[in-house]
Ligand binder design. Sequence first.
Ligand code: NAD
Length: 355
Amino acid sequence: MDTLSAMVQFGHEQVAMYSDPATGLRGIIAIHDTTLGPSCGGTRMWPYATEADAVADALRLSQAMTYKAAAAGVHLGGGKGVIIGDPRTDKSEALLRSWGRFVDTLGGRYLTTTDVGTTGRDLEAVRQETRHVVGLDVTLGGSGDTSIMTGLGIYMGIKACAADVWGDDSLRGRTVAMQGFGKVATRTAEHLLEEDARVIAADINPAALARARSMGVQVAGVDEIHALDCDIFAPCALGGVINHKTVGQLRCRIVAGGANNQLATPEDGELLHRKGITYAPDFLINAGGLINAAAEIGQPYDPARARQQTERIYEQMAEVLVTSRAGEISTARAADRLAESRLDSVRQVRGVYRR
Ligand code: NAD
């Protein structure tokens, strides 16, 4: 599908492309929807095989950010930045500053932060060229590492699912299988271990596995983790892991993790529902990082406020479970409706304002 047709189909407002041969930068910014506020989403740097892959990723991820902000009650829209390149070899201060200039051309319609392939340190270079950056280090007046609050929100989402499935939200003695043990999984596991849950993790990176072992986490193979006999399967690495192949192999009661876009297709959410597996919609329970970043916009960053708002993910997940049961629809569909109803109601307000 060509880009404009995809924008029409998925409701994107704008896709901007940028090239700077001097620094080797080739980048894309997708703005999905600014109904609730300026679009916000991290900058992903990845060696995409084709330009079409990069555009598709920017479109998909920016749409997910709209839903995440809407469901979380954050006053931001959905956007995403994508830089085509290998972060290990192609990243330089000049390239990042050039990216900052590109972000600046959008005049605040897009706020950037970190994502896969970019770090808080990279944001410092971007910040030299634009003020439209969130999630800077706390020493620079920002809200810092997003994974701390993301991990807290996922833990809240897991507990709300546990209360629904077992009638008790205690995770003591429950087995959680984590796919990927990076920043978000580590922060989530800290809460789980504190509650005496049993955590098993798989990762392709030996350093991540060493960290897991040092925390008392058991290690399993990357090919088997999703199929382990466990209470909760937590995808915390890549998207698309719940698909027509893996759904049949799951042996858990709950799927709840941090990875974005876990469902390969909307139909996979329906498959989980029919199989009686409770799915915590990814954008609903991994919103803690966005909530944290939003807390620094327009006011001094207050960590207590961000924490309180992140803890509300428990109630939001519980509400989605109630809607799902009452309407006999999947939790994925119920969460979409929650986000869409907020977007629709604010669109009406805008209509009144414009008259
Ligand atoms: P990260 O890079 O720190 O961790 C990802 C981990 O997954 C790495 O350790 C990596 O080695 C591992 N991994 C990659 N492929 C794997 C595979 N096939 N099997 C097992 N492990 C594999 O990234 P993160 O910040 O922890 O983010 C993890 C996920 O959560 C991503 O999908 C990200 O988009 C999403 N997310 C992150 C945040 C945040 O605040 N950082 C917020 C919302 C969503």
